[in-house]
Ligand binder design. Structure first.
Ligand SMILES: Nc1ncnc2c1ncn2[C@@H]1O[C@H](COP(=O)(O)OP(=O)(O)O)[C@@H](O)[C@H]1O
Ligand SMILES: [Mg+2]
Length: 199
């Protein structure tokens, strides 16, 4: 698997970095995040102070992606479209998912402002990132949805490794969860309270 390119995406706090750390060891792949590539190679054109984010220069970014990260890497990103933009085809797309109430606890523990916590819990609940995966043009790529709500990271990573390599997707890794269907009425009520406390 040394020459694979793996796209790793998911809402913040859903376990991308933890999974990548294990998987990169098991699969002998490098690991980087898209933000790091942008900063390392100065692949931005300006800085939006209000949103505290860099405005990406796609030409510079794609140059760096193609030169350094087109093979042998796990690339963590919130912007799955970067691969299409840069003409790269990942061998697998992995999307991490987390039960919204578990995610809420994780993000609160990070000490994030309430509004940022709520925004991300809502994004996970609505499956915002999963929509990008569904609409991505790579119909032949292995897509895995990995639920990290309550799983031993090393075991999970081993299973992901096996699935990517064999291209056989176990039922619990098949895309895509609908939390609305999976949450109990009580959990829905708690979640609704969380989501309606700030706007
Ligand atoms: N497989 C897992 N099982 C249980 N908890 C996990 C798992 N993966 C991650 N976590 C928890 O979630 C937290 C956030 O994970 P992290 O990898 O930093 O998320 P991300 O990179 O998506 O923001 C970790 O600190 C850990 O406590
Ligand atoms: Mg991370």
């Amino acid at each position: 698997m040394k020459d694979y390119l793996i796209a790793l995406t998911g809402v913040p706090g859903t376990g991308k970095t933890v999974l990548a750390r294990h998987l990169s060891k098991q699969a002998q792949l490098g690991f980087t995040t898209l933000s790091w590539v942008v900063l390392e190679h100065g692949a931005w054109s300006s800085y939006d102070a209000a949103r505290r984010s860099f405005i990406v220069d796609p030409e510079k970014l794609c140059g760096s992606m193609r030169r350094r990260y087109s093979r042998g890497y796990i690339v963590e990103t919130h912007w799955l479209g970067v691969f299409e933009e840069c003409g790269l085809e990942p061998d697998a797309i992995i999307v991490t998912r987390t039960h919204p109430l578990v995610l809420y606890q994780r993000l609160v523990r990070r000490g994030w402002p309430k509004s940022k916590v709520v925004e991300n819990v809502e994004a996970e609940f609505l499956g915002v990132i999963v929509q990008d995966v569904i609409s991505s043009q790579y119909k032949t790529v292995t897509v895995l949805e990995v639920d990290t709500s309550n799983a031993d990271p090393e075991t999970l990573s081993g299973r992901v490794y096996e699935a990517v390599l064999s291209r056989r997707i176990p039922a619990d890794f098949s895309c895509c969860r609908d939390w609305l269907e999976l949450l109990t009425p009580k959990e829905q009520e708690i979640l609704l309270n969380i989501l309606s406390t700030t706007t």
